[in-house]
Ligand binder design. Structure first.
Ligand code: PLP
Length: 387
């Protein structure tokens, strides 16, 4: 395998998972608060999800997008119902979803010569050539030759600077509701509401990268709903597009973009596509994920357990390497002081707790939505042991 992933020599070899736990090849047990980087929203091997995979794969796995199949329509309808009036494009990953979102915006702006997309410093939008150009992190682009033009990076949570950056070539602003890879940094309510008004006033699109923070991870379907709930809720804020992946398939690869009325017909026949986007199997899995989240009231659970986790971590603030706590629900960030965060992540893994480093000094806790009170308490004890 190419050495593109930084796996330490002591990184465990994981062979089995059940619920919030995984086991390595030596039989050592871990609490998995990494969740495959914000993917395994139902934990490992949820029996209903396994059943859905088995049933659908015995019926129909894949047909080309030259035909219809019912699961795609059902899933599109579920996503539209949860987001707003619009249409859905299916793909396979977060980077692809963002590519589709940017392509649609560029297509819609082509007649006016508008193509530029404003994104934010510290953002992460994926690893394709387009999305490393979109991401606000220079290190992602190093050594990959001429970058794709058409992206402007500005500070996050700073409305005035976005306004200044908008020019005659601008077609859209793309932001994460909570910067994930950047270190679990939530947008403020004022920023989101300001972006919505500004983009509408300027006649450009507002694109939300919800790949990591979406799909109930914060306890709400979209992180912007969580952030805006005190300001008045999602009625105040409907973006022009929302990209999704990760928890959408709970471990089975699928991505999607919801497009609102301004963009929903921008990708006309022949303008965009992907062989695997929205296979019958992927859509059946994503439908089952939504059904399980509702039946087991997991949005509510992850919101409450996330608060337990945040409060528990906040009690440790000031001790050893423990810094500040932020985020919501199943997306909690803890800053690490005085030591490399990757080193602390390694020590937590040795103590049987998997977390994911982010930014320059943050550990992400990304537990499944069905994590129990006891498992959160156990994770907190492991953090304390490591301290
Ligand atoms: C906010 C955000 N956008 C896009 C991506 C890229 O998703 P994928 O790795 O599925 O291409 C990620 C992955 O971490 C992400 O966090």
């Amino acid at each position: 395998m190419v050495p593109s992933y930084k796996r330490g020599e002591t990184a465990p070899v994981l062979v089995r998972g059940q619920g919030t736990r995984v086991w390595d090849a030596d039989g050592k047990e871990y609490l998995d608060f990494g969740g495959g980087i914000a993917v395994n929203c139902l934990g490992h091997s949820h029996p209903a999800l396994v059943r859905a995979l088995q049933e659908q794969s015995s019926q129909l796995i894949h047909v080309s997008n030259l035909f219809f199949h019912p699961k795609q329509a059902e899933l599109a309808e579920e996503l539209v119902q949860r987001t707003g009036p619009g249409k859905v494009f299916f793909c396979n990953s977060g980077a692809e979803a963002n590519e589709a979102m940017v392509k649609a915006a560029r297509k819609a702006g082509a007649a006016q010569g508008r193509f530029e997309v404003i994104t934010t410093l510290n953002s992460f939008h994926g690893r394709t050539l387009g999305m490393i150009a979109a991401s606000g992190q220079e290190r992602l682009r190093e050594g990959f030759g001429p970058g794709m033009p058409g992206f402007v990076h500005v500070s996050y949570n700073d409305l005035a600077i976005v306004e200044k950056a908008i020019g005659p070539k601008t077609i859209a602003v793309m932001v994460e509701g909570i910067q994930g890879e950047g270190g679990v940094i939530p947008a403020t309510a004022e920023y989101l509401l300001g972006l919505r008004k500004l983009t509408r006033d300027k006649g450009i699109f507002l694109l939300m990268d919800s790949v990591q923070c979406g799909h109930y991870r914060t306890g709400c379907f979209q992180s912007y709903e969580k952030i805006l709930r005190e300001a008045g809720g999602k009625e105040l804020f409907l973006p022009d597009a929302v990209s999704m992946a990760k928890s959408l398939g709970a471990g089975f690869p699928i991505g999607a973009v919801w497009f609102g009325e301004g963009l929903m017909d921008a990708l006309a026949p022949g303008s965009h596509g992907t062989t695997y986007g929205g296979t019958a199997l992927a859509c059946a899995v994503a439908l089952e994920v939504l059904r399980i989240i509702e039946e087991e009231k997991l949005a509510e659970n992850v919101a409450v357990r996330g608060e337990d986790l945040k409060q528990g971590l906040a009690k440790l603030t000031g001790r050893g390497w423990v810094g500040e706590v932020r985020g919501f629900g199943g997306m909690v960030g803890l800053t690490v002081k005085g030591r490399p965060h990757a080193e602390v992540a390694g020590q937590l893994a040795a103590a049987g707790l998997l977390v994911v480093p982010a930014g320059s000094d943050v550990l992400r806790f990304l537990p499944p939505y069905n994590v129990s009170k006891q498992e959160v308490a156990e994770a907190l004890r492991k953090v304390e042991t490591t301290l």
